[in-house]
Structure formats: C-alpha cells, structure tokens
Design a protein around this ligand. Structure first.
Ligand code: NAD
Ligand code: ZN
Length: 355
C-alpha cells in the first residue's frame, strides 16, 4: 500500500519497544550502532538499547550534539571512528534515533561505513516522521552548502512511535505540521479537509489523529518518491511546493530565525498568491490554507526583507534553470503544477502582497 518501496513503515502509539524484534525481522543482527542526539537520547536511548539488547544484540550507542551543526564532516568522521573502535563490521546495522538531523547523518554514516551498512530509522520529530525518514536521501552539509554531500540510501525499515512526540518542543511540533498540510495541498484534497476538521486534536497531539496524518503523509511522499526515486523525472519536485520562497526566506532572514516548517508556511501562501496572479488558483483556496496554517499557530505573513536579497536567493535555488524561475504552483487544493518561466516581478509581487 506504500508504493514500490522495499521496506516497511511501522506506525504505532507506544511501539518503541518493538525495535529489537523489528531489526532482526529481516535477518539475524548481532551488532547495532545506535546514533542519537542529546535531547532525544535523554528520553529514549535507554528503552531502545534495552529492547535491542533483549534480542541478544550487542549495542554501540553513539551521541552527537543536537542541531544542524552535527550534519558535518567532522561529526561523520567521529562516528566512523567510534564505530570502528567498537568493532563495526559489514554485518553491523545502524539505527538512527532522532529528528531529521540524526536521520540524515546516521543514514550517511550507514551508506559510507564499510561501503554500506543496513540502516533503520526511528524518527522522533514530526518533520522526520512525515518527511525526512521517507525517500532515502541521506547526507551532511559543508560549511558553504547544505545537504551537498550524501547518497540515496534506503532504510530497511522506519519505526514511528507517535508517543515520542509528547516531548518534542511545541514550536518544533507545529513546524512539522506545515509539511503535513503541504501534502494535502499538493496531492489530496480529502486529506486537506480532514486536517481542517481536526485542528484541535492536532494541537492536542491526539494519538489516533497523529497516526492517521503521519500514515497518510508517509504514503503520499512514498508514492511520489517511488515514481521518481533519484529525482530524474521531475515528479519529485512537487514536494518542493512553497519551498523556493521558503528557502529564500530562510537564507535572507538568517538561519535560525524561522524553523523550516514556519518558512514553508509563509512560502506556501506566496506560491498560492502566485497561482492567483497566473490565473490558475482562486483566492478562496489561498484563504483556506491561511486559515488552517494560522489555526495551527504557524506564521502566515511575509516579513519585511530586502526584495533584492529575496530575488537573488530564489535565483540561486535548485529549481532555477537557465536563469528562469520555476515554481510549484497550485491549481486547486490537491493539485499542483511545475511551472517554468515565471517572471521574477510576478514572484516578488506574490511575496510582497503577503506583508
Ligand atoms: P532536528 O533533528 O534538529 O530536530 C529538531 C529538534 O528537536 C532537535 O533539537 C532535536 O534534538 C529535538 N527532538 C527531536 N525529537 C525529539 C523528541 N521526540 N523529543 C524531544 N526533542 C526532540 O530537526 P528536524 O526538524 O527533525 O529535521 C531537520 C533536518 O532534516 C534538516 O537537516 C533537513 O535538511 C533534514 N531533512 C531531510 C530530508 C530528507 O529527505 N532526507 C527532508 C526534510 C528535511
Ligand atoms: Zn520542507
């Protein structure tokens, strides 16, 4: 039911302890390298270690500092060396326990150590559960560029426990919801309507609603990825709805000012207004998104920033080809179209009108 992927996504509420049986379900595992960050390890490292050790598996637990800075060559090197020092071999399996930072980093270490180790993900942030743990992209940053060194390395499995979201800081949680809304807009109008009808349970982190929205988000992302696994046909680009504006906002405001999902929220509304200007999207649908995003306490207003800086950041974005701006433009809730050759003045007007 999850597209053509060869691995399983298991979603539950309180299913963390199944990790031991789950890593051995494919083949006998004798050694796990468990990678986590300080914030996550504090709550979940011990139960995960215990569940793995209960299957007779030796565990090497390695910690990295929380935060994007850990997606670096020096951190990857320290993990390669620590794994080697604790007798990693080609039959070892890497388990990533954490948000998108740990998933991308641990996945990269798995892809490269001894030319490739089996890899499982236990995503613990909402963003990681609905986005970064699905799709097989792993990697690290260089000081000059994000996500520039990496691989396509599919996990053997993804274990999602909605109960771990209880300890996720509120702003991080809400930020993850922006990507959930994105899936509704790009692919599934019914799902979007479900989100509109479940604002309060989402704010309360209701397990049943979380299970439903995470499962549907993973399903939708997996479908897109299955049709364009290595980003060759361009279909995967629809996942970048709102992201050209988002990346410009993140760059120009200075990383750290906006969480990623917050910038996605602002960016989706810019892309919607662009759709209105192109005559393919109606103002009422833009308003529906704004209403849902602000009900979930996400920012909807464009901040006042230099338009010159925003334009040059958009021109440096990956989706620019031959100097022309390309956007994922909504045509209706549930349908978006990759639109090349957007005049930069029109894109800036869509940005400006959100102020
Ligand atoms: P993150 O991993 O930094 O996690 C956010 C914060 O929440 C961190 O401080 C973390 O320690 C903490 N945290 C995570 N789970 C927690 C929990 N259950 N309880 C308490 N605290 C918890 O950031 P993120 O938003 O999860 O991921 C962002 C990263 O994901 C970026 O590096 C981005 O490039 C990457 N990403 C990758 C893909 C992909 O396809 N590979 C897609 C989207 C984003
Ligand atoms: Zn995103």
């Amino acid at each position: 039911p999850l597209g053509d992927r060869s691995y399983d996504i298991s979603i539950g509420n309180g299913n963390l302890a199944e990790v031991g049986r789950w890593v051995t379900s494919l083949r006998k595992v004798t050694h796990v390298v468990l990678i986590s960050d300080g914030n996550v390890a504090k709550y979940y490292q011990q139960p995960v270690e215990d569940a793995i050790a209960a299957e007779g598996i030796r565990v090497t637990s390695l910690g990295v500092p929380a935060g994007e800075q850990s997606k670096s060559v020096p951190t990857a090197q320290s993990l390669w060396e620590a794994a080697l020092a604790d007798r990693v071999d080609r039959k070892s399996t890497v388990v990533a326990l954490g948000g998108g930072v740990v998933g991308d980093l641990a996945g990269f270490v798995a892809a490269t150590m001894t030319r490739g180790l089996d890899f499982f993900q236990i995503p613990t942030s909402l963003l990681a559960q609905v986005d970064s743990s699905v799709g097989g992209k792993v990697g690290i940053n260089l000081p000059s560029a994000k996500n520039i060194v990496g691989a396509f390395w599919q996990p053997k499995g993804v274990l999602i426990d909605t109960a771990v979201l209880k300890t996720l800081p509120r702003r991080e949680y809400l930020s993850g919801l922006a990507e959930v809304i994105k899936y509704g807009v790009i692919l599934d109008a019914d799902f979007f309507a479900y989100l509109e009808a479940n604002v309060q349970p989402m704010l309360n982190r209701d397990p049943a609603v979380l299970q439903k929205i995470i499962a549907r988000s993973c399903e939708l992302k997996a479908q897109v990825v299955a049709e364009d696994e290595t980003e060759t046909t361009g279909l995967r680009a629809i996942l970048n709805y709102g992201h050209t504006f988002c990346h410009a906002l993140e760059t120009v405001s200075g990383y750290g000012e906006y969480l990623h999902g917050e910038a996605v929220s602002v960016g989706m509304l810019c892309a919607s207004r662009l759709g209105e200007k192109l005559g393919v999207f109606d103002a009422e649908s833009t308003q529906r998104q704004a209403k849902l995003l602000s009900a979930l306490e996400l920012p909807v207003a464009t901040p006042k920033l230099s338009e010159t800086a925003i334009l040059s950041a958009m021109q440096r974005d990956k989706k620019v080809e031959h100097g022309k701006l390309r956007f994922i433009v909504p045509h209706a809730i549930g349908k978006v179209v990759l639109t090349p050759d957007v005049p930069s003045e029109m894109a800036l007007a869509a940005w400006r009108e959100g102020i």
